[in-house]
Design a protein around this ligand. Sequence first.
Ligand code: 5GP
Ligand code: ZN
Length: 114
Amino acid sequence: MSDCLFCKIIAKKVPAKIIYDDEAITAFEDVNPQAPVHTLIVPKKHLSTTLDITEEDNELIGRLIRVANRVAMEKGIAERGFRLVMNTNPEAGQSVYHIHLHLLGGRPMHWPPG
Ligand code: 5GP
Ligand code: ZN
């Protein structure tokens, strides 16, 4: 999508601190971190919300979580714990309409979330 911020980051037309990149997935640091670790794991395929995920994306979504696990291990927070979040639509606070998995950690996470 030509006007999608995360498509532009994936295409390296908008700068970001990219920490992982393969043929299907890019991960970069959130510009406004909410925890000491706040990385966004993003499929290169443009899907606006989780509601657009179909059976053909099964493998992609599995890979997305495995990249998040890998980043958590590399950042040393896997054993302590971390949170994976995908916000869908306005009431959940989705602000970028290209699906992304938030990896949050490095501090205690509270429940219920705000
Ligand atoms: P959402 O609110 O859609 O779940 O999450 C969007 C996330 O993208 C937010 O945490 C926000 O800080 C982050 N974000 C928004 N614009 C940019 C940007 O230009 N660069 C980076 N690296 N992150 C961004
Ligand atoms: Zn996009």
